[in-house]
Structures are given as structure tokens and as C-alpha cells.
Write a protein of this length. Sequence first.
Length: 84
Amino acid sequence: MALRSKTFTKPNGSEEPAEEVISQRRSPEGRFLLQVDRQTKVSFSTFEEAEKAGLVIKKNFPVVRVAVYDSVTSENTIINPAKA
């Protein structure tokens, strides 16, 4: 069986190298990770930003588990909106 090369030919005849595959296992850039149902969605540099985004999600979807994970101290803080 012949192996395919990593270059492809466009319809106009020019060759370009294959695009680099971006891995889903990249490290988060911020210290505080926003998790929805224990799945990390986005990272923030401050706890206040992560908490604010978590409150918006929790108000719109009260059933899901929303938490902020501190990657330095390894602490999880579950977000619960204040009940009026």
C-alpha cells in the first residue's frame, strides 16, 4: 500500500504543506478554570472574572454544576447564585 505525502494539490495546481493539527490537550493559559459539569470550558487570570462568568451560566442553566478550579492551590469553588 502506498503512503500519502503530507502535501496536497489545490484545484489550481499549487502545492501547500498540510496544516498543523492543533491538539485538544493544550495547557490552559489562566490560573482559574471555569468548569461546567466537571468539564473545563475556559480559563481566566483572576477569580472574580471566572466567578462572574460562572454566575451567568448558573443563572441561565440552574441544573448544571458550575465551579471555578484554582490550578495553583488545587481548590474547587462551586458557584451558587444567591437566592432572593
